[in-house]
Ligand binder design. Structure first.
Ligand code: R5P
Length: 298
């Protein structure tokens, strides 16, 4: 039975302290519910408002991608440097220890392999399984201008509806078909469509000209994909320019896990994203860390 005698009576209602009424730190996210915001705060670092997402979901249509042949070997050494993982449920369950408590963005669309028409994707994860896995968001590919454009847009809107029901954010991933021009005009079109149809954040590619118009015209955060492997300094320059022009992070895969020194590279990327380090200084960091012998795991 609860104590009823000699209980501490002196209460302090702090009447002189006004209740706080603060906005949420993330662009376009202030009107979302608490659960949605909490999940976004696991993806975007609340200290800087930006994120380093490690993209390792390539196997969902490419199979054992170079650098990810043995995810259980190559991914764990990178985990402490990522704010968030972008990953499939199969890889999450088999490769990532449940003690990993950072953000997880779950790949939720799929279907065709590299041997088929890529835009013909369907929703590939039930939201209940996403919630069972305690993920922070689900990601769906949107193929604007692609053969199955409408189908992929409907995949997005269906996930947004169900995500809203459970407080689960949706990442709209803009996919650029082989025959399409990767320019600011296309990226503005694709990312704005994702945002208008309810994506909580959007992934696009960086473009050399007018990228700031892509971030400016998208009312929710944009993160950039890394794209195919390029020299480390060039990848760091791209990340730096994207952040300078309004991207709120990177969702980078091959330029990290296909680097000669993936752990050094992700730390260099972090310095650009979170500390706004110059690409040259970040590259020096990369070279220094890459030279250090790796500690043998016991
Ligand atoms: C595509 O396979 C996935 O959505 C990747 O997560 C995305 O392309 C980012 O990876 P990368 O930096 O290798 O382009």
């Amino acid at each position: 039975m609860a104590d009823v005698e000699d209980v501490k009576e002196l209460k302090n209602f702090h009447v002189e302290v006004p209740a706080r009424c603060e906005g949420f730190f993330l662009k376009g996210s202030n009107s979302l519910g608490w659960g949605m915001k909490n999940r976004l705060a696991r993806i975007f670092h609340p200290g800087t408002g930006r994120t380093v997402m490690l993209a390792i979901d390539h196997g969902y249509f490419q199979g054992p991608t170079t650098g990810l042949e043995r995810m259980d070997v190559t991914v764990p050494p990178l985990l402490s440097y990522a704010d968030t993982l972008m990953i499939t449920r199969g890889a999450l369950r088999t490769t990532i220890a449940p003690e990993f408590t950072k953000g997880v963005v779950l790949r939720a669309s799929g279907g065709p392999s590299i041997l088929k028409e890529l835009s013909n994707e369907q929703i590939a994860v039930d939201v209940e399984d996403a919630l069972r896995l305690n993920v922070s968001a689900v990601a769906v590919q949107v193929f604007i201008g692609g053969e199955f454009e409408s189908q992929s847009v409907h995949n997005l809107t269906r996930l947004v509806d169900v995500g809203n029901r459970y407080g689960l954010p949706v990442l709209g991933v803009t996919a650029v078909g082989r025959e399409m021009v990767r320019d600011a005009r296309y990226m503005r079109l694709a990312s704005r469509i994702c945002a208008e149809l309810g994506a909580s954040f959007v992934k696009t590619y960086f473009v050399d000209e007018d990228f700031e118009t892509v971030t400016a015209s998208c009312p929710v955060p944009i993160v950039i994909a890394g794209g195919k492997k390029i020299p480390e300094l060039d990848a760091l320059k791209m990340a730096h320019r994207a952040i300078q022009q309004g991207a709120l992070g990177v969702d980078m895969g091959r330029n990290i896990f296909q680097s000669d020194a993936p752990a050094a590279m992700i730390q260099a990327v972090r310095s650009v994203v979170h500390e706004r380090e110059t690409p040259e200084a970040a590259y020096e960091l990369y070279r220094t860390l890459a030279r250090k012998p790796r500690r043998r795991r016991t």
